[in-house]
Design a protein around this ligand. Structure first.
Ligand code: CTP
Ligand code: MG
Length: 182
């Protein structure tokens, strides 16, 4: 039982900066698109939904979140009576940047599939950013990744992310922050 609670706690803890990195662009993005309007084989490379401002602010906000979590990790551990993982310096940027790159990669794939900006592609839309964050962090901090992101933690992260993603998008849509509820 304790192992399960510990696994869920670790999963919840490490997804916080990833969710922040993925949400901030929706709230604060806009402006010049990363692809600058350029096309490849007649289709937009990424589309107007992927902007520099969103990518930079998302990465910075996610990195700050990692730093804050590290500051409060011993407090959280003593309150909860269970340990929360501390992030290594290399993960500070890797986690949020990976999330942003995953989201950008998915837009690239969506444009190749001839899907308009904002059109939903189930699974890809829900998991792009978390997979990006996990892959980049695994590349940058393999030892930490191996110790903290056990198969159980990775499973829970992938299991809860579509629900959190769906909930937060519906909330953003209701608050008129987003044009579509996905
Ligand atoms: N956003 C941004 N910069 C980013 C990512 C997102 O400015 N790097 C903003 C855009 O206003 C975007 C909104 O956040 O429209 C929602 O993001 P997302 O759902 O990922 O983009 P979509 O508009 O759905 O575009 P796509 O079809 O390419 O995923
Ligand atoms: Mg989208």
């Amino acid at each position: 039982m304790t192992l399960l609670v510990q696994t869920v706690l670790s999963a919840l803890w490490i997804v916080i900066p990833v969710y922040v990195a993925n949400s901030i662009p929706v709230l604060a993005g806009g402006g010049r698109p990363i692809d600058d309007g350029r096309r490849w084989r007649e289709r937009r490379i990424l589309g107007d939904g992927k902007t520099w401002r969103g990518a930079i602010l998302g990465t910075v906000a996610g990195a700050l979140t990692v730093l804050v979590l590290n500051q409060i990790s011993s407090l959280a551990t003593s309150i909860l009576g269970l340990s929360v993982p501390a992030f290594p310096t290399s993960a500070v940027v890797a986690l949020p940047l990976g999330a942003i790159l995953g989201d950008i990669g998915a837009s690239f794939v969506k444009r190749r599939m001839d899907r308009e900006r904002g059109s939903p592609v189930p699974v890809l839309d829900q998991l792009d950013f978390i997979l990006g964050a996990l892959i980049v962090t695994w590349m940058v901090a393999p030892a930490w990744f191996g110790a903290v992101v056990t198969p159980g933690v990775a499973f829970i992260v992938l299991l809860i992310t579509p629900f959190v993603h769906r909930l937060s998008n519906v909330a953003a849509y209701v608050m008129r922050l987003k044009d579509e509820p996905w």
